[in-house]
Write a protein that binds this ligand. Sequence first.
Ligand SMILES: [Zn+2]
Length: 98
Amino acid sequence: MSPGRSPNSTEPRWWEFRSARNRKPSTYSCPLCGELLPSLSDHFLLFPEGDHNRRRHAHTACVLAAREQGRLPTREEWERAQQGWQPRRRWWRLGRPG
Ligand SMILES: [Zn+2]
């Protein structure tokens, strides 16, 4: 993902998160870095605008890094942003499994 990419009109406005660890071995590709993600490792499920049918598996580190950069807003943050509220950098910590 290059930093200068043009905005995608279909890009979700907000995301729902859930920590995940699969029991069945499978391999996904992380949408944030494009690298492979073994399902048996701790990672996050991302639901674009809460759509569970479009869930993506992403590395925990990638999600946390994106959050630190102000990307991947939650629905609450997005709604507040519509009202002119700017999220702080250290507002919310994602729960890590275990
Ligand atoms: Zn990743």
